[in-house]
Design a protein around this ligand. Structure first.
Ligand code: HH2
Length: 261
């Protein structure tokens, strides 16, 4: 067990846990540098919130938010751009991003798969039914793990047929995206089944509302839940943990690794 930490840098006014804190590019860059000092090896820069019910952001505005931040952080760590718009991804790649984290798994923009293939970047494909405006409207699955696995297998196949090298693809079950508490817990419990897809697995539980559903905690008070779920995910085989609180997560992993030997 030796997962990489992906630190979250949200350059948005409305992200669910840190909206408005890093809208100023200089503040976002300072935050990213601090996360690298804390142990992040990837910085995930995003300019549009994906929280349930979030309003979409126009391409120009999203670009204006993320481009200077990617530019400022590309020399500091591996940068992923959290976007589903090909134009934003292209500009971020020009500014130094080497991974595209697309929560729509290449369904949001018809140009995205070709762009990622042509530029030879890494790609994160995440499971989400519908879009952020509708995804929490009564999500239902037969077997949630089987459904997510089939979706990710299909998106991986599409990515490869578009010319994206399979080794560059990371897969993510999309904790909190179109899922009830039970769905999220089942996915975390049976994460090992997604290993059969043969790709690195990304898990993002950080500060998410399923933690609050378990213990009533507010969004500012979910580090313990983030750490418990992320460490257990790492034990089940997660390769990349996407978190806001990198220092605390890194310490938890050091201790967990030492105990496990
Ligand atoms: N979660 C969020 C955003 N992007 N990308 C991947 N691959 N996996 C995730 O679990 C994931 C993601 C939501 O978290 P956050 O960025 O903090 O919030 P917001 O979308 O409101 O900016």
């Amino acid at each position: 067990m030796n997962p990489k930490l992906m630190g979250v840098v949200n350059v948005t006014p409305d992200s669910f846990s840190d909206g408005g804190q890093y809208l100023d590019p200089a503040a976002a860059i300072r935050h990213g540098v601090e996360l690298v000092g804390d142990g992040a090896v990837v910085l995930d820069v995003g300019g549009e919130s994906t929280r349930p019910g979030a309003e979409p952001v126009g391409e120009d505005e999203e670009l204006r938010r993320v481009e200077p931040v990617v530019d400022g952080l590309a020399g500091v760590a591996t940068v992923s751009i959290d976007t589903s718009k090909a134009a934003v991804a292209a500009a971020a790649i020009d500014a130094g991003a080497s991974i595209v984290n697309d929560v729509t798994a290449l369904r949001g923009d018809p140009e995205m798969a070709g762009l990622c293939a042509e530029r030879g970047v890494g790609v994160v494909l995440m499971h989400m039914p519908g879009d952020p405006r509708t995804m929490q409207d009564d999500p239902r699955y037969g077997d949630v793990v089987d459904a997510v696995k089939a979706f990710l297998a299909e998106r991986l196949e599409l990515a490869v047929s578009a010319g994206i090298e399979e080794e560059r693809v990371w897969l993510d079950p999309g904790i909190g995206f179109g899922k009830t508490l039970e769905h999220n817990l089942e996915l975390l419990r049976r994460l090992g089944e997604l290993r059969e897809l043969g790709r690195q697995l990304v898990i993002g539980t950080s500060r998410k509302s399923f933690i609050g559903r378990i213990d009533g905690s507010d969004v500012d008070d979910r580090i313990g839940g983030t750490i418990a779920s992320s460490v257990l995910a790492a034990v089940e085989g997660a390769d990349v943990l996407r978190v806001h609180d990198v220092a605390e997560m890194a310490q938890a992993l050091r201790v967990a690794t030492a105990v496990l030997g």
